[in-house]
Ligand binder design. Sequence first.
Ligand code: C2E
Ligand code: CA
Ligand code: CA
Length: 786
Amino acid sequence: MVLVALISGATTIAVLTRTRDELTAAAVSAMQSRIEALRHVYAVRLDVATTNLAGLVRSDSFENALTARNLEALRTLLGSYAATIRGQFAFVLGPDGKPFASSPSSLTDEADEDFSAAIRAQQAHPIPGSDPREFAAVIGGQAYRLALVPLPNHANIWVGAAFHLDDNAALRLKDVVGLELTFMARDATGRGQVSTSLPRELKSSLYGLNVAELTSGDPATIELGGEKYLTAAIPLESVRGRIDVIAQQPLRETLTRFAHLRLEMLSIAGAALAAAALLIVLLSRRALRPIDELVRAAQRIEQGHYGEPVTVRGGREFEHLAAVFDGMQKRIAERESRIVHQAKHDQLTGLPNRFAARMRLASLLQSGEPVGVVLLDLRDFKHLNASFGHELGDQVLRELARRLLGAMRAGDFAARLGADQFLLLLRGSTIEQAESTALQIVRGSRQGFLLGAIEVNLNVFAGLAAAPEHGTDADELLQRVDIALQETKASGARVCRYERGHDERYRRRLRLLSDLHAAIVGDQLSLVFQPKVLMADRRVRSLEALVRWTHPQLGAISPSEFVPLAEQTGAIGELTRWVLRSAIEQLASWRVAGLESEVAVNLSASDLANPELPDEILGMLARADVLPHQLQLEITESAIMRELDKSIRAMRRLRDAGVRFAIDDFGTGHSSLAQLKALPVDEIKIDRSFVRDLVQGTRDDAIVRSAVELAHSLGLKVVAEGIETPAAWTALLHLGCDYAQGYFISRPLPPEQVSDWIRELNARLAGAESGTAQVRVLTEFRSTRR
Ligand code: C2E
Ligand code: CA
Ligand code: CA
């Protein structure tokens, strides 16, 4: 717009200026040619006048009248002559230079004087270069033109005619040349007169004109009576006084034409501007619409709506841009869905993750349908990873994921929640249906599968819950199925349904877990000791240290409850250290009291995996001045197997120092007796499940017998734990079991009772040679101690 305005403005100004100049120039040149015409007209007039004068003086009537000095006749002749030439008057000059006849005589005396003076001046000094017969002069303050012709037959007699340059003369000339004419006369005394063709009322303003300035240079524009005139002044050569002819051309017409032109030009410029404005609006609309569409598309993309294709009409560039936008939108949509997929899926198995599972469960619950929820847990998966490497671990997880998907029906949903946990959401399933699916999976995985050359048996556990009976909130259900899984682990079952009471136990477990550390450092733990009797000489040689926890609010807590919890959370190291230190200190104080004994301490799997443990134990022994062979460590086979290499290394180190090892709960693990050979142990403790109901000639009897035989053949001692009955005692005696431990002999004792108890039992049993006698002594002894 600004550009168009500038251009059209500049053009208009240029054209107008130029046009005005041209018009003015044209007016000036027209005026100059009129002035030229004026001169010409004047010359012709005077010529006519002088020619007529010559004719007059040659006429006989004039000659006769002159010769006869008939003034009357002369005057008549001069009068008619003056009328012919339209002169003011005609006259005859005598030799004295004074007119002696004139017609009509209109000059005043004073004017007469001027008139004679003018003629004398002309005769004495005619204006050089001009016709001496013609001249101008101010006479009596009035401008005149004069013509003067000598009479051929009369010396010093002249005939002349005078033309008064008055208003009429100006008007007549104006008619001929088309210019407003003004004669300005002024004589030496300052007297003067103005005659003009202009309206009378303008006369007074004509006096103010600066004539001198107008004479020089080009015509100037002057305003008179509200009108503009192109004005030029031409001095008339005058023999007396000064006469100027002022020629004026009204500029009205020129100016009107210019005004029309200017109006036209301005209208054209205005129209151009308006058209430009309109064009700009239209063009910018056209140009902006595609941009608007693109902006809208970008806003859609910003808000995450990628569905609508970006199309823009208008111009190839915009179509190209729209295509680029469209491509970008597709890429963003792809990437976003990939990121969303990644955020909702497990990278390893490709299954949805916990986040996605939670959302899915929430939406299933919202639909009100029943849902069966199965939480699967891989026991010992960490050890599988540690033993066979992560690659195999990953393969196992992928294979398990594949199997889970295989077991699914349409509408079911499988997710991986954590490293070794999977969740199934069974749409429309009752808890019974969920249980059968879970059992099928658990059994299938326990049967094992081949990965390359390796056969893997997976120890899978499952917790079960179902909506709506166990909750209608996703988080609640997920927590409850987790509680069910904990219950599965705690109870030793493979699959466990959630029950209302589980929450109680779960909360109790949580409470115990959080209080355990305080218990260890805060004197809530204590040790009790259960004697082991060497069957051969019936003397108590050793005591098993068993930990007790008296919780300030919950009372006595069984180690079977809190030891597994400690193992799960890693508090077990601290617990074991406490037990070891207390047991070793107890040994030291018994020795001071005169009791030489051995103590067995139970270790957990992770204890043996801790490479610092051997040195810690040896350090404690040394500090308490207790001999290493007074300490025995009990550990289960499965605990050893879990990290076999590390365990064996730790065991060797301690054993070299004199500490002895027993395999606890022998018979419950999976390892074969043959594997025992490789283990650096001194003793096996046959699990109490084989001992409790032991009667000679039963299946348990056969198992214990072969265990005893095998142990002995390997040079190991055999302990039977959990002897509760005389029958078991007798059977073990016959089987050649080395040590006996159980309620039949003694319950675990507080440390302060141990000394007396051992002394008394040893004394009583010393004389009991036969099995029957031993049984009687033990039974009696128990009843007296109760
Ligand atoms: P365990 O090592 O097999 O310990 C023997 C358990 O059998 C003890 O239970 C003991 O009181 C019980 N017992 C002894 N004689 C008989 C009997 O004739 N009949 C029956 N039915 N039971 C008998 P307790 O003290 O409740 O300990 C349970 C388990 O807790 C232990 O089993 C052991 O695995 C663990 N535990 C106990 N103290 C510790 C400890 O200081 N450290 C570690 N790591 N584990 C411990
Ligand atoms: Ca034990
Ligand atoms: Ca045991």
